[in-house]
Unconditional design. Structure first.
Length: 409
């Protein structure tokens, strides 16, 4: 039986379903990475179980370059009673923006652009040549990390550290097929702890690996220590850093085509304000940004709520909703830090009622889209990526009905 066969939908949208004005606003986290790329979670079950324990009832898997976790995600959501959203994340490159030194939603790399796909088809399907393009992205990513692993081993050997990282073994023991540089940092931290027995010995070894630089992270905070190892060795300027090949990035147009062919909604992760209140060049003007995104064929945005001040988050989210965009919020959890799944802003404040409603309405739109694609092949977007609905109210109402039906049964 298909996941979607459990739903009973009758009548005309907006007439026989509970109205949005009458609905309960569930907590949503629409962007969570799992061990199928890299995440703070040891398993998909742990991620979903923790979400439900924190009263988050709608959750979106959002791994880099892969949908391999979808089946586990559905099983866990069925078991722990959370409504699943089926997403994916890509990293693309706009050479024209790169040439102009314009930062998009990567604050450190001009031209680099992150794009999510929301509400992909489940069961997942993608025809050729797009399926091979997706597989090639995974292969190129693994190849890049293998080069970093080799360079790291050479560096560790030159320093006389006595640690060797076996790339294939890491793939088999620490990943689900996609390896990231964070895996290397995690395994290096584990090996350092295995070959030392005291805090002083570990700090001394780390200092040697850092080329004499002092250890800043708390030795007992594994997540902070892994982040420090990554920043010192694997990021730009580090001894094991390997620049990514520009040819391994897909264009924005190619990524959007893959998402559409996967049944999904192209979505722009909006970086917005940093801790100093600054925006990237691409995002400085809301109206210009909205126009650019629509020209790209993007009618949905998302925020990682911990990045932003509550004022900017509410201002931008509300403005984009009023201008016809689907808006969702998430946490990522693509670092070793096991932070709360229920969303909060940069200052640590929980989302206010305005943001919670926006997030829930966005999740309802994605839920409705997933269902309609599964049942009829067409959801929020037409084949060219244009919205089928100018007024999202009835569409959101269908999504709310599906979510309610799933959570109440």
């Amino acid at each position: 039986m298909s996941f979607w066969d459990q739903f009973s939908v009758k009548g005309e949208i907006g007439k026989s379903y509970t109205k949005l004005s009458d609905m309960s606003i569930y907590h949503v986290n629409a962007h969570m990475h799992t061990p199928y790329s890299f995440s703070a979670f040891e398993s998909v079950d742990q991620a979903v179980n923790l979400a439900v324990k924190q009263n988050v009832k709608i959750i979106g898997i959002n791994d880099f370059f892969t949908t391999s976790g979808y089946s586990d995600w559905v099983s866990a959501c069925m078991n722990f009673k959370a409504f699943p959203l089926f997403n994916i994340e890509f990293i693309g490159l706009s050479t024209s923006l790169q040439d102009k030194n314009i930062r998009v939603n990567d604050p450190n790399n001009p031209g680099r652009i992150y794009i999510s796909g929301k509400g992909l088809s489940y069961p997942f399907r993608l025809e050729e040549p797009f399926s091979s393009q997706l597989e090639n992205l995974q292969s190129e990513s693994n190849k890049h990390v293998s080069m970093m692993c080799a360079k790291l081993n050479t560096y560790l050997d030159d320093c006389g550290i006595g640690i060797y990282l076996d790339f294939q073994s890491i793939m088999e023991t620490h990943t689900r097929g996609l390896i990231r540089e964070r895996h290397l940092a995690k395994v290096l931290r584990e090996k350092i702890f295995d070959m030392t027995s005291t805090d002083n010995d570990r700090i001394s070894l780390l200092k040697k690996i850092y080329g004499g630089k002092e250890v800043g992270a708390n030795i007992h905070n594994h997540a902070a220590l892994e982040n420090e190892i990554r920043n010192n060795l694997l990021k730009a300027g580090g001894a094991a850093f390997v620049p990514e090949n520009p040819d391994s990035f897909l264009s924005v147009e190619a990524i959007i085509e893959i998402i559409l062919r996967s049944g999904g909604i192209p979505t722009y992760p909006l970086l917005a304000d940093d801790k100093n209140g600054r925006f990237t060049e691409f995002e400085q003007n809301k109206q210009r940004l909205a126009n650019e995104l629509k020209q790209m064929g993007i009618h949905s945005i998302e925020f990682i709520s911990t990045r932003n001040s509550p004022e900017v988050l509410e201002e931008y989210a509300s403005w984009f909703v009023k201008n016809g965009f689907i808006v969702t919020l998430g946490s990522e959890h693509n670092t070793p830090d096991l932070t709360p799944i229920q969303l909060y802003t940069r200052e640590g404040a929980p989302l206010n009622d305005v943001l919670r409603k926006i997030n829930y309405q966005g999740a309802c739109s994605i839920a409705a889209h997933q269902y309609k694609v599964a049942k009829s092949g067409s959801g929020y977007l037409d084949a060219e990526g244009n919205p089928n609905y100018q007024d999202l109210t009835e569409f959101q109402t269908l999504g709310h009905y599906l979510i309610q039906q799933f959570l109440m049964n």
